[in-house]
Design a protein around this ligand. Structure first.
Ligand code: T1G
Length: 689
């Protein structure tokens, strides 16, 4: 055995050079790994006793890509291209032996080998699009030459991996290996070396670049199919252009196109935001200050109180990962309705081919119903998901305090109420936590985990780990009205209402926010949620535009009218009635209407979100600025290619943000615009969040 360096080893076995990469956690192509592979290949080529070469990885996976953490710094030689060139030009046959996930530069490395064999559970993908990039080491030129144009387009634009079966079928791998991947690889390449002659190079394959369907049709079809989902993103289109180059240009020319487009994306704001977000999302699951030895409780059985929209969705998350869950409702009718809705949801998913029918049954069988909290006595986690009324919640928690087993975690799904007050209704505040799911709870990935003053570290650690298990992205937040997400959202909605009152049509405000990258604007969102949320019908006195709309019965999408009119397919249309009502309200409240620029609308909706985020950091409600960004991308549709409100503020420059806040404070005379001290001090130091 020769240790090429501290990351790569070279063994010569039976005339085969085995290059083993061992660089946890995912064998990313860091400088040391690249150097080790390069030197290993050259040593193998120079050794006359070597007839063939195996490239494999130790640990959990084959190479999972370039080392994203190195992107910010100047690349050091040997560059990835140099290594791939050495593999591609090798005078001895090379096989990549793949397990785990061969992703990005990892798959590109494998595509420069003559052969690829893999374990049955291996996956293969080019997910660079999720980083706002494209495969920059020949992936866009080699992949279509081996799996065909359509498959390659789907893989690079979705970033989704394919499994080993699919890879074998499409020719991406040559053999499904048995138990001993290493031994299989050595035998495989010895046989190939013994056969001699030329060995296949992916770059030389041309036949798969054309099919019965004209390529123009394929490209047009993909562009049309992904248009809605990739609105505002650059990388998907750049990936398509690279595949177009693969089919229309000689290989080396196509490589030049790939390189040019890769550098354009790499130097742009979108990929910086998406690379930042890659780490922000992973950082969010780490809780500073909790000792590694803190025990993590087992959650084998869950109870959910409330089988409505939220409770039902929450219960589905448990069933989806095989955890039995009991829903408690107040009466049989409500319980049957709740369980029926869950079944319908699963059947709906199955009808779209996204779930097998047997899985519908399996999951429904994991969800039971009961009419009394006594049924939850053996649950390890109980989540209360009833309507937002403090008295009702406190009553439920005081009953749970009696019924639940001593080690049970008692959680509230409250979206804004004071968790500490709820915890005080029990004798075990250390076991009380907030698990704020976002509607629809079985779809939205964000989970705000709310730590009470007395919530124990063990309960926090358990819930953060449990979030991963139910495939949620969790952020730990403190107790305050609206926690992080809704507290910041209130700022945007408040300003949106003001700019509308001051003369900006609601459709203009919504277009500005839609064009910024949100899935919908502030007023469409209000209509979707329902304008009567929190509206006091009996005491409403036309104080606000929203009050007046509700008093007219215009409660949003559900009443086919709110800020917009809605047709039967719920498409919004601007309403003259609403425009007149707003003008009338402005007149009644002494607001002089004027034309408002898109830029002012954007500033007034977005910058207060940043300022509130800074206050949230000052108060310790969020652990880090990047957690706030994770909340906004996963919970509120903030465009990921802008990184989140705090990253966006950094990209604007905090001095610019402070100057604009101060300018609006001047213009409106409203202290609402006072920049937070943290924001001011960071701006003064030329710092960032
Ligand atoms: N670079 C650096 N660190 C990485 C990394 C990478 N490529 N992938 C993962 N990590 C770290 C991650 O930050 C975390 O660190 C730990 O590994 C476990 O990750 C030239 C330009 C492989 C499916 O986009 O999809 O190649 O938090 O929590 O859920 O064309 O990681 O423990 O300190 O995600 O089991 C293309 C990105 C790069 C793959 C494993 N490749 N990674 O998922 O663990 S660009 C990717 C993943 C490129 C070339 C281009 C996943 C995973 P820490 P994890 P996981």
């Amino acid at each position: 055995m020769v240790a090429v360096n501290n990351k790569v080893r070279l063994d010569i076995e039976q005339g085969v050079a085995v290059i083993s990469i061992d660089s946890p956690p995912v064998n990313a192509l860091s400088h040391a790994v690249r150097e080790g592979i390069y030197n290993g290949v050259n040593q193998a080529l120079a050794d006359d006793s070597v007839g063939g070469i195996v490239v494999l990885c130790e640990g959990r996976t084959f190479i999972a890509g370039a080392d994203i953490s190195e992107f910010g710094s100047a690349p050091k030689e040997p560059h990835l291209h140099t290594i791939l060139e050495a593999l591609d030009q090798s005078t001895k046959p090379v096989v990549a032996a793949i397990h785990g996930t061969a992703l990005g530069g990892g798959l590109e490395t494998a595509l420069c080998c003559n052969y690829r064999i893999a374990s049955a559970n291996a996956k293969f993908g080019l997910p660079e699009v999720h980083l706002g990039l494209l495969p920059g080491a020949g992936g866009t030129q080699r992949l279509p030459r081996i799996v065909g144009v359509e498959k390659a387009l789907s893989m690079v634009t979705s970033g989704a991996p394919i499994g080993a079966e699919d890879a074998l079928k499409t020719g991406l791998i040559d053999l499904m290996a048995g138990e001993d991947l290493r031994a299989n690889a050595i035998d495989f390449i010895r046989d190939k070396a013994a056969i001699g002659g030329d060995h296949p190079r992916v770059r030389d394959n041309q036949e798969k670049l054309s099919s019965s369907v004209p390529n123009e049709e394929i490209f047009a079809g993909v562009r049309k199919m992904i248009a809605r989902k990739t609105r505002g993103f650059l990388a998907p289109e750049y990936n398509i252009q690279c595949i177009e180059a693969a089919v229309s240009k000689p290989f080396d020319e196509g490589m030049k196109t790939e390189g040019k487009l890769f550098m354009e994306l790499m130097s742009g704001a979108q990929s910086k935001a998406q690379q930042y977000f890659f780490f922000a999302e992973r950082q969010a699951s780490k809780v500073d200050g909790i000792d590694k030895t803190t025990p993590e409780l087992q959650i084998a059985k869950v109870g959910v109180i409330g089988g409505g929209l939220m409770g039902g969705g929450i219960a589905m998350n448990m069933a989806n990962v095989g955890i039995p869950v009991t829903i408690v409702e107040t009466n049989q009718t409500a319980l049957d309705r709740g369980l029926g809705t869950i079944r319908k949801n699963y059947e709906n998913t199955a009808s779209k081919g996204r779930l097998r029918l047997e899985d519908v049954e399996t999951r429904c069988n994991l969800i039971n119903g009961a009419l009394d909290v006594d049924a939850l006595a053996d649950c390890d986690l109980i989540i209360e998901a009833v309507f937002e009324n403090m008295a009702v919640k406190k009553d439920i928690f005081s009953r749970l305090d009696v019924v639940a087993k001593p080690t049970a975690i008692l959680a509230s799904n409250t979206s804004a109420l004071d968790l500490n007050e709820i915890a005080q209704a029990t004798s075990r505040p250390e076991s009380v936590i907030g698990l704020h799911f976002f509607s629809p709870a079985n779809v939205m990935k964000l989970l705000e985990i709310v730590r009470g003053d007395k919530t124990s570290d063990s309960v926090i650690k358990t819930c953060m780990a449990f979030a991963k298990k139910i495939k949620k992205v969790a952020t730990l937040v403190g107790v305050c009205p609206g926690f992080v997400g809704n507290r910041i959202l209130f700022m945007r909605q408040h300003q949106a209402n003001l700019v509308a009152l001051e003369g900006a049509p609601v459709s203009q405000v919504d277009k500005v926010l839609f064009d910024f990258g949100f899935p919908m604007g502030a007023f469409q969102m209000a209509d979707l949620a329902g304008l009567d949320l929190g509206w006091d019908k009996d005491n409403s006195n036309s104080e606000t535009v929203k009050d007046r709309l509700c008093e007219m019965g215009r409660c949003g999408q559900k009443t086919r009218s709110g800020f917009y009119d809605y047709d039967d397919s719920r498409r919004p249309a601007p309403s003259a009635v609403v425009a007149d009502l707003i003008a009338d309200h402005a007149q009644k409240t002494g607001v002089i209407q004027r034309q408002i620029s898109d830029q002012e609308i954007l500033d007034r909706c977005i910058l207060p979100m940043v300022n509130e985020g800074a206050k949230i950091l000052e108060e310790g409600i969020a652990m880090r600025a990047s957690d706030i960004d994770v909340v906004y991308v996963y919970g509120y549709g903030w465009p990921i290619y802008r990184g989140g409100p705090m990253h966006y503020a950094n990209s604007l420059g905090l001095s610019e943000v402070v100057a604009k806040l101060r300018a609006y404070q001047q213009q409106t005379g409203d202290d609402f615009w006072e920049p937070s001290p943290l924001l001011v001090s960071l701006a003064e130091q030329g710092g960032q969040f």
